[in-house]
Design a protein. Sequence first.
Length: 384
Amino acid sequence: MIKGMFLRTGGVLAATLLANTSLAQETITTEGPQIAVETVAEGLSHPWGLAFLPDRSMLVTERSGNLRHVTPAGDVSEPISGLPEVDNRSQGGLLDVALDPAFEENGLVYWSYAEAGDGGTTSTAVARGKLSDDRTAMQNVEVIFSQEPKVASTAHYGSRLVFDGDGHLFVTLGERFADAFRGQAQELDSDLGKIVRLNPDGTVPDDNPYVGRDGARPEIWSYGHRNVQAAALNPETGELWEIEHGPKGGDELNIARPGKNYGWPVISYGVNYDGTPVGSGKAQAEGMVDPLYQWTPVIAPSGMVFYEGDMFPEWQGDIFVGGLASKALVRLELDGEEVSHEERLLHDRAQRIRDVVEGPDGALYLLTDEANGAIWRVHKAKAS
């Protein structure tokens, strides 16, 4: 992330956006292309997830519980009706949003949220519904997944939604933070600290790694995760890559492979917030996957994308990650499964970045996690 000037209007295509803008733009220097940033929309309450519709408009979640439709010109709708009630205490609320791979035929939208239980307990849940043609309502809403067990915590919900190339839905989940139950990240009879893989209707694919195993929840894909708030498919391999929050130190980049154990809370490159060791006090252990890359101090990752667009050919194949604590857009260059270089952009803006999405125009669209949150569009700077 880097510094730049806000422009108040958005548009359908990059050329249209620039042509319609009369304000001067500040050019931002990176290690690669010259870029600029404009504000597509603002006034959003802690926006969390963004998904583009086929007409290039957007669906944006607000953690407080509202789902908004945002036009390419930046007009923000009233809340879309029909969503279930969310528990928006602390880190809870309305979280990620994703379109069904067959959205143009079925109109289905998926979203994750904090779902209240009895006695103040909560868990992450996923619902889906059909978006009305006028973009004002969700119809035929059904909850397709509820994390088990529900616990008395309002932290570490995950949760990103990613469809794979076969139409299966990955849901990333947190271990819900507290010492009393974070150890369930290592237990296969619990959804805490897991990534799960579902069919679009919430049923379990037959080839999930724990299908048919006694004492294991069949939806589990991988385990030993802390709080995964960044996930994306690698377009070259089709595998799910994820980035999860560490404690004090130790944010991790991993490839989420079936049946693998990623170590939390037995091992970590970080320490507990009070400075005491995590689990064994070690960063590695036999039978537990070592991360591809880790951050100490943390960036507090949220949202990620493998860039594939034509606007920035220099960045094709790179990963972009939102940073909450680092208040930066983090760019990672890859050499196979190794991170070969890191660059931090937009840090001068000092805004928490909650989500990163590649737009249909090849620009990067960012959500700022603020009470007056915004959608930023990062695009190639005009030649002077």
